[in-house]
Ligand binder design. Structure first.
Ligand code: 1CP
Length: 346
């Protein structure tokens, strides 16, 4: 069977070029809301799924085919590279990442090793290679950002207020910057390897960095993010930045050498462009809980976003955060269809 024609609309939108319709994909488009995912997950742990290129590629591709979306995102986790640098992490069902040897002092930071992606996560490179042969949409590679990864490493797991992470940052700034340096190196080599293996765009998830104010972001985070994006520029693939509850930081993000900004549902596309002065392409930002409302509510909110998004080139429709496990597959299928039909240029 020959591969159908390649759909490049997502990549065009990332480059702020005109598109035939608004491209769409969903954060966590492969996951527990899918009966088919849950079935596979009965047989394997999350880690086993990741380690097995056939399974990881199948789960990635199945979400694309089931939903009709315009981009695939590699099935992995922001924790995937961490065991290789000495972090003892497990993905616990219904909880998320749990870390048995949290980082609590400078010695713990010094003990962290370097990542050699080709040697340490060869299965991921293999998954990417397989997907590039199978997919007819672009493949997005990804990584967590240093702050978000550090928050798990320091807290030991998911957190509400990140007080241990912040206490470490404020009390031991030297150790903090050393940690940011190490994680920055890890993210750069990890993402470069993904692009070398075939990833056609990169998204960096700084999911929890919105916990910091602007001044702290500028001081403690912006330097490492600047280094990461500067170093990835020569890969020539679009670079996307995303975080939750981070509307107060988007002017800071806008200064980074990043191509696309991913917004959560708190800031409208219109405000981001008109009040915050963002000229970069935007991605987002339907409130994920709306997907649990009746279809007419979903459609109305989606229209509002699309009307704003379509005003200029450089818009990718997505949710403001990941799909909840309670969402029905049919809802996302209908949403994809609606976005494509409503935005199609006639
Ligand atoms: O289609 C896809 O998006 C699947 C690939 C993917 C991605 C991009 C997974 C699979 N995880 C991620 C990113 C990720 N992981 C982020 C950034 C995006 C976000 O903000 O949601 C974060 C913060 C994590 C950490 C993590 N891993 C959590 C959240 C915990 C918390 O603090 O609230 C959870 C639940 C996981 C496990 C996980 N990762 C991915 C899946 C499908 C799952 C569930 C695993 C299972 O089946 O039990």
């Amino acid at each position: 069977m020959s591969k159908p024609l390649f759909n490049d609309q997502f990549l065009k939108a990332c480059r702020k070029e005109e598109t035939e319709f608004t491209p769409v994909w969903y954060m966590r488009q492969a996951g527990r809301y899918q009966p088919e995912y849950r079935k596979i997950r009965e047989k394997y742990t999350f880690e086993e799924m990741n380690l097995n290129p056939e399974v990881a590629a199948e789960v990635t591709r199945f979400a694309v085919e089931q939903l009709g979306v315009d981009a695939a995102i590699l099935f992995a986790d922001i924790m995937t590279p961490l065991p290789s640098i000495g972090v003892d992490v497990k993905i616990k069902s219904g909880v998320g990442p749990v870390i048995n040897n949290p980082v609590r002092n400078v010695q713990d930071v010094n003990n962290l090793g370097d990542l050699n992606p080709e040697k340490d996560v060869p299965y991921l490179m293999e998954t990417i290679g397989m997907l590039r042969e199978q997919l007819n949409v672009p493949l997005i590679g990804f990584s967590g950002a240093p702050f978000t990864i550090a928050s798990y490493m320091i807290e030991g797991g998911p957190s509400k207020n990140y007080y241990k992470t912040k206490a470490f940052m404020y009390s031991e700034p030297e150790a903090w910057f050393k940690l940011m340096d190490k994680l920055g190196d890890m993210v750069i080599s990890y993402l470069k390897a993904q692009v070398n293996a075939g990833a056609q765009a990169i998204q960096i998830f700084d999911s929890w960095v919105g916990a910091l104010n602007e001044a702290d972001y500028r001081l403690f985070i912006a330097p490492v993010m600047d280094r990461i994006f500067t170093s990835l520029k020569d890969t020539n693939v679009p670079l996307i930045m995303f975080g939750v509850g981070a509307s107060h930081l988007i002017e800071e993000w806008n200064k980074l050498p990043v191509d696309v900004l991913g917004l959560d549902w708190r800031l409208t596309i219109k405000k981001a462009r008109e009040e915050k002065g963002i000229q970069k392409p935007l991605q987002g930002n339907l409130e994920p809980a709306i997907l649990l409302a009746p279809w007419d509510v979903i459609q109305e909110r989606t229209k509002e976003i699309l009307d704003q998004g379509m005003e200029q080139p450089g818009f990718i429709f997505n949710l403001g955060h990941g799909v909840f496990p309670q969402v029905k597959v049919e809802t996302l299928q209908r949403l994809t269809e609606f976005v494509h039909e409503y935005t199609a240029k006639r």
